[in-house]
Design a protein around this ligand. Structure first.
Ligand code: 13P
Length: 246
């Protein structure tokens, strides 16, 4: 269960979040718990989760390990800061910051190189869904952004299916719609990496996941977890999502 805080919270708000959140999820050993705050909050977040099962991730990384790239952050820096995870290719990166399948692959390789687990995001736009292109888009994103990984690299990634029309809109994909998309992605994984690798890869659903819809989504065998935006900003709502099975 991963929370993507996007561009919200200061370091002191980060510390306050975990003070409330940590005890609420201390018994949640059915899943891994990850929070991805803005870069400037990483130190506060890593300190706040020390000694707990909660892990911290970045929201993006650059593919070079260091250099004259003003404004960028490298994988080894995230790892040294205490991150275990990093989101790659979020639709907001694709939409507003020119991210492409090609750069998604470069960042994914850089994350793996740094020992981080990349959460690689894919998902279709509303007009693509409405014009019946969902499957083609997912196949293209898989082919361009993921299929360049070697099998041992593929075994170390997590995938997130985030239909763009469901992000921040309150319009969750129904569990069936989400599961159908996950099957397409898993089918691609199977064709490229074999049945065992496809069965093993974790595919998270993201897009308006809330405490009141998470159970239905998680009841789908295809859905292995959630990548949560807005509802991860409040300790009680993200804890309720993490503890969906209790
Ligand atoms: P919301 O949960 O706010 O719809 O955001 C989803 C998302 O983009 C997570 O990465």
């Amino acid at each position: 269960m991963a929370g993507n805080w996007k561009m919200y919270k200061s370091p002191s708000e980060t510390s306050a979040f975990f003070e409330r959140f940590n005890p609420l999820v201390s018994g949640a050993d059915h899943c891994e718990i990850v929070i991805c705050p803005p870069f400037v909050d990483l130190a506060a977040a890593v300190e706040a989760v020390s000694g707990t099962r909660v892990e911290i991730g970045g929201q993006n990384l650059y593919w070079e390990s260091e250099g004259a790239y003003t404004g960028e952050v490298a994988g080894p820096m995230l790892a040294a800061a205490g991150c275990r995870w990093v989101i790659v290719g979020h639709s907001e990166r694709r939409q507003y910051f020119g991210e492409s399948d090609e750069t998604v692959l470069k960042r994914t390789l850089a994350a793996l190189q740094a020992g981080l687990t990349p959460i690689v995001c894919v998902g279709e736009l509303l007009e693509q869904r409405e014009s019946g292109q969902t499957e083609a888009v997912l196949v293209r994103q898989f082919e361009g952004g993921i299929a360049g990984l070697a099998p041992e690299q593929f075994a170390r990634i997590t995938i997130a299916y985030e239909p763009v029309w469901a992000i921040g809109t309150g319009k969750t994909a129904t569990p069936e719609i989400a599961a159908d998309a996950h099957r397409v992605i898993r089918g691609q994984a199977g064709a490229k990496y074999g049945a065992d690798a496809a069965a093993a890869v974790r595919i998270l659903y993201g897009g308006s996941v809330k405490p009141d819809n998470v159970k239905g989504l998680m009841a789908q065998e295809e859905i292995d977890g959630a990548l949560v935006g807005g509802a991860s900003l409040k300790p009680d709502s993200f804890a309720a999502i993490v503890n969906y099975n209790s």
